[in-house]
Design a protein. Structure first.
Length: 329
């Protein structure tokens, strides 16, 4: 099993390597891939050293699976080249997510749709993954009509430059800015660029991707996405309106019995999800589950996950695990 990790020296790429090692993914040959300036550098994986190679070289090595985390432009250009060589690409960028010919996969929800013919598989947006994992079992039971979500997203979602900006600001150092404004002691209500409708690209990703993963265009989603000065975890306040009424105890029970979800919702013990404690973990944490008393059939909750793990690397590796387990590669 030859596995290429494209973008191996980046923030998500490094976590992909960590997750592959932790989960003992059956790799016989690792192919770390990065930009030309990183070619020849060595990375360590499971106690062995591997030299970083170029995209061209990696394609010619014909890996069975390529995990991509190198940005949309790289994915658009190179994912088809890997696919033509017989490699199954699992892509972490937004390049293929809304392509009607490509599957957008959260394994616990819709991995069953995958076939051997799917040579480019899209990994959803980090803030979408953690939300839909919670929405999917509730949609089956109560039929979701509308979702209102506000996010509180970590600087790691932007990358190394943003983490450095926050660290510099903590230390009172002038440095390179990843954002237009300071992030320390601030909240920036803009993630990605603004679109013509006044929403950001991130907000529209959550809207469109949720419908595609749930396989239901009738679900209405509206989002406000905000960057806050946390490192390692996105948080979401989610308001869900159902067609059918529910019992909060039943909702809790459904979520407690859903793979990949941990319910933290004991108010007497002040137990609720927080990014500080979700960091480094693969589960999606749910708490503050309560009825919206202003509207019928409506629920409020708080959802937290490590955006670099389940929001990116872990979800991609889980897709790869499904492909291997089901003989699709």
């Amino acid at each position: 099993m030859k596995v290429a990790v494209v973008g191996a020296t980046g923030m998500v790429g490094e976590v992909m390597l960590k997750v592959l090692a932790e989960r003992n993914f059956p790799i016989t040959e690792l192919i770390p891939v990065a930009s030309e300036k990183s070619v020849g550098k060595e990375i360590e994986f499971k106690g062995n050293k591997y030299k970083v190679v170029s995209l061209d070289t990696a394609v010619s090595m014909k890996p069975q699976i390529a995990l991509f985390s190198a940005g949309g432009d790289t994915s658009k250009e190179w994912a088809p080249k890997f696919a033509e060589a017989g490699t199954t690409v699992i892509d972490n960028s937004s390049a293929w997510r809304m392509d009607p010919t490509k599957k957008l996969v959260v394994p616990e929800i819709n991995a069953g749709e995958l076939t051997k013919e799917d040579k480019i598989i899209a990994n959803p947006n980090c803030s979408t993954i953690q939300m839909v994992l919670v929405l999917a079992p509730l949609h089956k039971k109560y039929n979701i009509e509308r979702v209102v979500v506000s996010t509180y997203q970590s600087v790691t979602g932007t990358g190394v430059k943003a983490v450095k900006q926050l660290e510099n600001e903590y230390a009172g150092i002038q440095g390179e800015m990843a954002y237009k404004y300071p992030i320390h002691r601030n909240a920036i209500p803009q993630i990605d660029v603004f679109e013509a409708n006044g929403y950001t690209k991130e907000e529209m990703k959550m809207t469109k991707e949720t419908k595609k993963i749930l396989g239901d265009d009738s679900v209405k989603v509206t989002a406000t996405t905000v960057r806050i000065p946390t490192v390692g975890g996105h948080s979401e306040s989610v308001n869900i309106e159902f067609s059918n009424d529910f019992d909060v105890k039943d909702v809790r029970n459904i979520l407690e019995n859903t793979a990949g979800i941990t319910v933290q919702d004991d108010l007497d013990a002040f137990s609720y999800p927080m990014p500080l404690y979700a960091e480094g973990k693969d589960d999606v944490f749910v708490g503050r589950i309560r009825r919206d008393e202003s509207q019928d059939n409506t629920l409020n909750m708080w959802i937290v996950a490590d955006n670099l793990r389940k929001g990116a690397a872990t979800n991609a590796v889980q897709i790869a695990e499904y492909l291997v387990a089901n003989g699709l590669v």
